[in-house]
Write a protein that binds this ligand. Structure first.
Ligand code: CA
Length: 658
């Protein structure tokens, strides 16, 4: 009896542990809105033998005035011809960390037939590009949005538990069609775990509306009702006629509505939708007025928004930064948390939050880190927030320490230790716990060999040095050597700065020329002139801009001068080379110029890439962080970019929230 009771207790504990660590599950969605107007990037159309589908350079047109969810839908304007075939493929945009999904029991989408009645066939595309059998859509009522719901259980060649095996939805002409012209609109294509959704009874309330130069930020309370799938935002110019302008995911409780004009009063209401798009009543209206802003106010606006990513977007148990949003809701990234800590300190100093709120958050962070899993005192790249255990997000070999991520985290923590200088017990506790974390970090273990010239990036508890990646500069990892040398408890010799980081023997030369695909800078020093600017240190012509950002959040580069250069001026030159490359724009990408520049590492339409100002590493992607994080080096050029991104590209912000 006693044993059984214990067993039951163990089982209960086990399941409560599992359920508390349950990752958020996304519905597997193919389309809700196109981030850009004109055409849908993740689509592809073909037509043959007299059959045709309207397209923009082989992609489906986007319609901004006809939509089921604001702000757009896909327009399928097609001509069927006997014996011909047209096809429109909608690829799913993968996002890093969106890898837990609900069951794909039903494929649902919304359709509006404007003209014609020959509806297309629907198929799913698997990872190997093969297609499932075709499904026929039953006739629908014209000129109104109708829901199509297809039970996946009927498809023998599709596993409802593995939605991620499906990479696209394909619409195409059915066989044996007569000549016909048809126009239909499609929106909100998603797999759902069940056909019907419970109604939502929560009454929506807008908590605040704040006007900025061209947009209004509105906020509402944190959503806990699991049946709420979306928040729908309505705008009015007169407080009477409200038009839908946007949707937001339920785990984000704010929306930036880009109204596009300064000095105008706008009114807002919101509603909640379940997965059938059944809508609650609308909230009461609130208003805000947009206003012209000075450069200083614009900067504060951007800084506060950046701060909020870490403040409002933090993982709940640890208070640390998620790898990305949307992404995994429980997983935190060590290095990003270091950057987040810097933002929290700045936000405290700028009074975006009170010092008491900040102390409370930092207490949570240090309490978490004190107990989190480390390897020789070094944190992993990714951790599960609820449990503090390593997450092998980058594969089985990366199941231990990450020295570089840890140094990004520690530079933040050491800045916090200095910032929280109060004599009260709460601030003293933060300082003491940071000191304990700092002092147990075994930098010297990461030499691998007693006389090693180099520090090594990773160590695994069961596979040792299997990744075997030496840290060799110049890149983002300078802070790792500087902290390792500065450690009060596990220091490495200062000589490793030159023997390892700035290594000039065959190991370093080979490493750099492999990654830079050039001999330029392969000896650590460079000495060449690019776009009229001399570069003292740097591989190729300087590399991605994040090299000039990450290490220097904790170390002011003005005060880092070695045998070869001063790193403020070297970083400034790298930023200017990057700027001039983008202005010259040798690959003639649309949008590049004096106000859109800064090649660096980021996710993008072709997944992650670390872009550089050289042709082979320039895929046409400008990440806002490139120019904006370079403000200390290039204030004029960075401000120009910030204004361009906000005033001219602000309306495309829906890219980031859906
Ligand atoms: Ca839509």
């Amino acid at each position: 009896m006693f044993k059984l009771k214990n067993l039951l207790l163990t089982i209960t504990l086990f399941f409560s542990l599992v359920s508390s660590a349950q990752e958020f599950e996304y519905n597997y969605s193919f389309f809700s809105n196109s981030a850009m107007t004109g055409d849908y990037f993740f689509s592809k159309t073909t037509g043959s033998d007299g059959s045709f589908i309207k397209n923009v350079n082989g992609k489906l047109p986007v319609n901004d005035s006809v939509f089921h969810t604001p702000g757009n839908s896909l327009e399928l304007n097609y001509r069927n011809a006997p014996g011909g075939k047209w096809q429109a493929t909608l690829f799913r945009q993968e996002k890093r960390g969106m890898d837990h999904f609900t069951k794909a029991a039903f494929l649902t989408f919304w359709i509006r037939v404007t003209s014609g009645n020959d509806l297309p066939a629907v198929q799913l595309m698997r990872k190997d590009s093969s297609l499932t059998s075709a499904i026929t859509i039953s006739p629908v009522k014209a000129k109104t949005w109708q829901r199509v719901s297809i039970p996946m259980a009927s498809m023998k060649d599709f596993d409802v538990n593995q939605p991620e095996n499906c990479i696209a939805v394909v619409f195409s002409q059915k066989n044996n069609q007569e000549n016909s012209e048809n126009t239909i609109f499609i929106d909100d294509i998603v797999f759902l775990p069940k056909e019907k959704s419970e109604p939502v009874s929560v009454v929506p309330v807008i908590l605040s509306a704040t006007g900025f130069a061209l947009h209004v930020d509105i906020t509402w309370g944190k959503i806990t009702d699991k049946n709420i799938q979306l928040v729908k935002i309505y705008r009015s110019e007169d407080g009477k006629l409200y038009k839908p302008v946007g949707i937001q995911q339920p785990y984000i409780n704010r929306y930036a509505d880009f109204a596009g004009i300064s000095g105008k009063k706008f009114f807002y209401k919101i509603s909640f939708l379940n997965s059938n798009f059944e809508e609650t009543e609308l909230s009461a209206g609130v208003s805000a007025t947009t206003r012209q802003m000075t450069d200083d106010e614009l900067l504060t606006m951007v800084q506060e928004a950046s701060f909020r990513y870490y403040w409002e977007g933090a993982e709940l148990t640890s208070g640390m930064a998620k790898e990305n949003i949307p992404g995994r809701h429980n997983m935190i990234a060590s290095g990003a948390s270091g950057f987040g800590i810097m933002a929290l300190i700045a936000g405290t100093e700028r009074k975006f939050i009170t010092r008491e709120e900040s102390v409370e958050r930092f207490t949570k962070i240090v309490n978490f880190l004190e107990k989190a899993e480390t390897f020789h005192g070094v944190f992993p790249h990714f951790m599960d927030g609820p449990s503090g255990k390593v997450e092998t997000f980058f594969g089985k070999r990366d199941n231990g320490a990450d020295l570089v991520e840890t140094s990004f985290l520690l530079q933040g923590l050491l800045a916090a230790r200095q910032y929280f200088s109060g004599t009260n017990p709460q601030e003293k506790l933060i300082r003491d716990k940071i000191t304990a974390i700092w002092e147990k970090t075994e930098w010297d273990w990461f030499r691998q060999f007693p006389d090693s010239k180099f520090l090594y990036w990773h160590w695994s508890p069961d596979q040792g040095w299997v990744i075997n990646h030496r840290l060799i500069g110049w890149n983002e990892t300078m802070v790792t050597y500087l902290l390792a040398i500065a450690s009060p408890t596990h220091a490495v010799p200062a000589a490793m700065y030159y023997s390892g980081w700035a290594n000039q023997d065959s190991t370093g030369i080979k490493y750099r020329s492999n990654w830079g695909q050039t001999e330029d800078g392969s000896h650590y020093t460079n000495g060449n002139t690019y776009f009229g600017i001399k570069l003292d240190v740097g591989v190729s012509n300087g590399g991605p801009l994040f090299f000039t950002h990450y290490s220097y959040m904790g170390y002011d580069p003005h005060f880092i001068t070695d045998k070869y250069t001063n790193y403020f001026f070297n970083n400034q030159n790298i930023a200017l080379i990057n700027y001039r490359y983008c202005v010259q724009n040798p690959k003639k990408y649309k949008g590049y110029g004096e106000a859109a520049w800064g090649l660096t590492a980021s996710d993008g339409p072709f997944d992650y890439s670390a872009d550089e100002p050289v042709a082979w590493q320039d895929c046409g992607k400008i990440a806002p962080t490139g120019a904006i994080s370079s403000f200390p080096y290039t204030p004029t050029e960075s401000m120009r970019a910030l204004k361009n991104y906000y005033f001219n590209y602000g309306k495309f912000h829906r890219l980031f929230v859906q």
